[in-house]
Design a binder for this molecule. Structure first.
Ligand code: FE2
Length: 215
Protein backbone atom coordinates (compact mmCIF):
# COMPACT_ATOMS: atom_id res chain seq x y z
CA UNK A 1 0.00 0.00 0.00
CA UNK A 2 1.10 3.53 -0.68
CA UNK A 3 1.67 5.61 2.43
CA UNK A 4 -0.95 8.27 3.09
CA UNK A 5 0.61 11.74 2.95
CA UNK A 6 0.57 13.51 6.30
CA UNK A 7 -2.13 16.16 6.71
CA UNK A 8 -0.87 19.73 7.05
CA UNK A 9 -0.77 20.90 10.62
CA UNK A 10 -3.74 23.05 11.62
CA UNK A 11 -3.16 26.69 10.99
CA UNK A 12 -0.08 26.12 8.88
CA UNK A 13 0.06 29.01 6.44
CA UNK A 14 -0.19 27.91 2.84
CA UNK A 15 0.80 30.38 0.21
CA UNK A 16 -1.80 30.75 -2.51
CA UNK A 17 0.59 29.77 -5.29
CA UNK A 18 1.56 26.65 -3.40
CA UNK A 19 -2.06 25.66 -2.98
CA UNK A 20 -2.87 26.41 -6.61
CA UNK A 21 0.10 24.38 -7.79
CA UNK A 22 -0.95 21.48 -5.60
CA UNK A 23 -4.48 21.60 -6.97
CA UNK A 24 -3.25 21.51 -10.53
CA UNK A 25 -0.87 18.65 -9.85
CA UNK A 26 -2.97 16.41 -7.65
CA UNK A 27 -6.70 17.10 -7.66
CA UNK A 28 -7.37 13.90 -5.71
CA UNK A 29 -5.63 15.46 -2.74
CA UNK A 30 -8.07 18.32 -2.50
CA UNK A 31 -11.40 16.93 -3.66
CA UNK A 32 -12.12 15.60 -0.22
CA UNK A 33 -10.57 18.46 1.66
CA UNK A 34 -12.47 20.95 3.75
CA UNK A 35 -10.42 23.79 2.27
CA UNK A 36 -13.13 24.61 -0.28
CA UNK A 37 -12.62 28.30 -1.00
CA UNK A 38 -9.64 27.60 -3.22
CA UNK A 39 -10.70 24.19 -4.46
CA UNK A 40 -14.04 25.45 -5.75
CA UNK A 41 -12.44 27.99 -8.08
CA UNK A 42 -10.57 27.39 -11.25
CA UNK A 43 -8.56 29.93 -13.19
CA UNK A 44 -10.16 31.22 -16.37
CA UNK A 45 -8.28 29.56 -19.22
CA UNK A 46 -6.17 31.68 -21.56
CA UNK A 47 -6.54 31.73 -25.32
CA UNK A 48 -4.60 33.35 -28.13
CA UNK A 49 -4.87 37.11 -28.59
CA UNK A 50 -5.57 36.78 -32.32
CA UNK A 51 -4.46 39.25 -34.99
CA UNK A 52 -6.88 42.12 -34.37
CA UNK A 53 -6.02 43.75 -31.04
CA UNK A 54 -6.23 47.48 -31.87
CA UNK A 55 -3.06 49.07 -33.21
CA UNK A 56 -4.34 52.41 -31.95
CA UNK A 57 -6.95 52.49 -29.22
CA UNK A 58 -10.08 54.39 -30.27
CA UNK A 59 -10.51 57.89 -28.87
CA UNK A 60 -13.70 56.63 -27.29
CA UNK A 61 -12.78 53.41 -25.51
CA UNK A 62 -15.30 53.33 -22.68
CA UNK A 63 -17.61 50.48 -21.65
CA UNK A 64 -20.28 51.24 -24.30
CA UNK A 65 -19.24 49.78 -27.65
CA UNK A 66 -22.59 50.69 -29.20
CA UNK A 67 -21.84 54.40 -28.99
CA UNK A 68 -18.64 55.59 -30.65
CA UNK A 69 -18.16 59.25 -29.84
CA UNK A 70 -21.43 60.87 -30.91
CA UNK A 71 -22.44 57.95 -33.14
CA UNK A 72 -24.91 55.26 -32.15
CA UNK A 73 -24.64 51.76 -33.54
CA UNK A 74 -28.06 50.24 -34.17
CA UNK A 75 -27.03 47.05 -36.00
CA UNK A 76 -27.06 43.49 -34.71
CA UNK A 77 -28.29 42.32 -31.34
CA UNK A 78 -27.31 44.49 -28.40
CA UNK A 79 -26.07 42.75 -25.27
CA UNK A 80 -24.82 43.52 -21.79
CA UNK A 81 -21.71 41.59 -20.83
CA UNK A 82 -20.95 41.68 -17.14
CA UNK A 83 -19.23 39.79 -14.38
CA UNK A 84 -16.55 40.03 -11.78
CA UNK A 85 -12.81 39.63 -11.58
CA UNK A 86 -11.57 37.57 -8.64
CA UNK A 87 -8.49 35.62 -7.65
CA UNK A 88 -8.46 31.89 -6.95
CA UNK A 89 -9.53 32.53 -3.37
CA UNK A 90 -12.58 34.50 -4.51
CA UNK A 91 -11.19 37.87 -3.50
CA UNK A 92 -12.26 40.68 -5.86
CA UNK A 93 -9.43 42.18 -7.91
CA UNK A 94 -10.42 45.82 -7.58
CA UNK A 95 -8.75 48.08 -10.11
CA UNK A 96 -8.25 45.34 -12.69
CA UNK A 97 -8.63 46.73 -16.19
CA UNK A 98 -10.87 44.61 -18.39
CA UNK A 99 -10.64 45.11 -22.14
CA UNK A 100 -12.82 43.58 -24.84
CA UNK A 101 -12.64 43.80 -28.62
CA UNK A 102 -14.70 42.22 -31.35
CA UNK A 103 -15.88 42.61 -34.95
CA UNK A 104 -18.94 44.56 -36.05
CA UNK A 105 -22.20 42.91 -37.16
CA UNK A 106 -20.76 42.44 -40.66
CA UNK A 107 -17.69 40.63 -39.32
CA UNK A 108 -15.06 43.39 -39.57
CA UNK A 109 -12.53 44.68 -37.08
CA UNK A 110 -11.09 48.17 -36.69
CA UNK A 111 -7.67 46.95 -37.76
CA UNK A 112 -5.44 47.41 -40.80
CA UNK A 113 -5.16 43.62 -41.04
CA UNK A 114 -8.88 43.60 -41.77
CA UNK A 115 -8.71 46.62 -44.10
CA UNK A 116 -10.04 48.97 -41.41
CA UNK A 117 -13.47 48.12 -42.76
CA UNK A 118 -15.42 48.05 -39.50
CA UNK A 119 -18.46 50.29 -39.21
CA UNK A 120 -17.22 53.58 -37.75
CA UNK A 121 -20.31 53.78 -35.56
CA UNK A 122 -19.16 50.65 -33.75
CA UNK A 123 -16.52 51.27 -31.10
CA UNK A 124 -15.11 47.77 -31.50
CA UNK A 125 -12.96 48.03 -28.34
CA UNK A 126 -13.84 48.94 -24.78
CA UNK A 127 -12.01 49.15 -21.48
CA UNK A 128 -13.16 49.59 -17.94
CA UNK A 129 -11.78 49.31 -14.46
CA UNK A 130 -13.31 46.77 -12.11
CA UNK A 131 -14.90 48.38 -9.04
CA UNK A 132 -14.14 47.62 -5.39
CA UNK A 133 -16.11 44.38 -5.68
CA UNK A 134 -14.29 43.41 -8.86
CA UNK A 135 -17.33 44.02 -11.05
CA UNK A 136 -17.22 45.09 -14.69
CA UNK A 137 -19.91 45.71 -17.30
CA UNK A 138 -19.93 46.35 -21.05
CA UNK A 139 -22.66 47.23 -23.51
CA UNK A 140 -21.88 45.60 -26.80
CA UNK A 141 -23.04 43.38 -29.60
CA UNK A 142 -23.83 39.71 -29.45
CA UNK A 143 -20.75 38.56 -31.37
CA UNK A 144 -21.14 37.25 -34.91
CA UNK A 145 -19.23 34.72 -36.98
CA UNK A 146 -16.59 35.80 -39.51
CA UNK A 147 -13.96 34.14 -41.67
CA UNK A 148 -14.35 30.63 -40.33
CA UNK A 149 -14.57 31.67 -36.69
CA UNK A 150 -17.57 31.08 -34.48
CA UNK A 151 -18.92 34.17 -32.66
CA UNK A 152 -16.53 35.28 -29.92
CA UNK A 153 -15.44 38.30 -27.92
CA UNK A 154 -11.74 38.85 -27.18
CA UNK A 155 -10.92 39.80 -23.63
CA UNK A 156 -7.80 40.93 -21.79
CA UNK A 157 -7.24 41.72 -18.11
CA UNK A 158 -4.45 44.00 -16.88
CA UNK A 159 -3.42 45.23 -13.48
CA UNK A 160 -1.21 48.28 -13.82
CA UNK A 161 1.29 47.40 -16.53
CA UNK A 162 0.91 43.65 -16.03
CA UNK A 163 -1.16 41.58 -18.43
CA UNK A 164 -2.81 38.90 -16.32
CA UNK A 165 -5.06 37.16 -18.82
CA UNK A 166 -5.87 37.10 -22.53
CA UNK A 167 -8.72 34.93 -23.67
CA UNK A 168 -11.87 34.67 -25.80
CA UNK A 169 -15.46 34.03 -24.78
CA UNK A 170 -18.09 32.18 -26.77
CA UNK A 171 -21.87 32.06 -27.09
CA UNK A 172 -23.54 28.98 -25.62
CA UNK A 173 -25.32 26.76 -28.15
CA UNK A 174 -24.07 28.67 -31.16
CA UNK A 175 -24.12 26.19 -34.06
CA UNK A 176 -20.69 27.41 -35.21
CA UNK A 177 -18.91 26.35 -32.01
CA UNK A 178 -18.28 22.69 -32.93
CA UNK A 179 -16.68 23.81 -36.22
CA UNK A 180 -14.36 26.39 -34.66
CA UNK A 181 -10.75 25.23 -34.32
CA UNK A 182 -10.08 27.20 -31.15
CA UNK A 183 -13.32 26.22 -29.41
CA UNK A 184 -12.77 22.58 -30.39
CA UNK A 185 -9.27 22.66 -28.96
CA UNK A 186 -10.64 23.36 -25.48
CA UNK A 187 -11.14 20.62 -22.92
CA UNK A 188 -14.60 20.19 -21.44
CA UNK A 189 -13.99 22.29 -18.33
CA UNK A 190 -12.31 25.08 -20.29
CA UNK A 191 -15.18 25.15 -22.78
CA UNK A 192 -17.64 25.47 -19.94
CA UNK A 193 -15.63 28.34 -18.46
CA UNK A 194 -15.43 30.29 -21.73
CA UNK A 195 -18.90 29.61 -23.19
CA UNK A 196 -21.78 31.61 -21.75
CA UNK A 197 -25.47 32.11 -22.60
CA UNK A 198 -26.60 35.37 -24.17
CA UNK A 199 -30.12 35.32 -22.80
CA UNK A 200 -32.97 37.77 -23.48
CA UNK A 201 -33.19 40.42 -20.78
CA UNK A 202 -35.04 43.65 -20.12
CA UNK A 203 -32.53 45.66 -22.19
CA UNK A 204 -31.25 43.41 -24.95
CA UNK A 205 -29.35 40.22 -24.31
CA UNK A 206 -27.56 39.54 -21.03
CA UNK A 207 -24.37 37.55 -20.65
CA UNK A 208 -22.44 36.86 -17.48
CA UNK A 209 -18.74 36.02 -17.61
CA UNK A 210 -16.80 35.43 -14.41
CA UNK A 211 -13.06 35.98 -14.60
CA UNK A 212 -10.83 34.09 -12.17
CA UNK A 213 -7.17 35.06 -12.24
CA UNK A 214 -4.47 32.54 -11.47
CA UNK A 215 -1.99 35.08 -10.12
FE1 FE2 B 1 -11.53 37.41 -33.36
Amino acid sequence: MRPVPPAPSPGAPLRRRTVAAALMAAPALWLGSRAQPVASRRATPAQTEGPFYPVVLPRDSDHDLLRNGALNYPEGQSAWLEGSVTDLAGKPVAGAQVEIWQCDHAGHYHHPGDGNRADRRFQGFGRMTADTEGRYRFRTLRPVAYGGRTPHIHLKVKLGQRELLTTQLYVADDPGNPRDFLWRSLGEADRAALTVPFAPGSDGLQARFSIVLAA
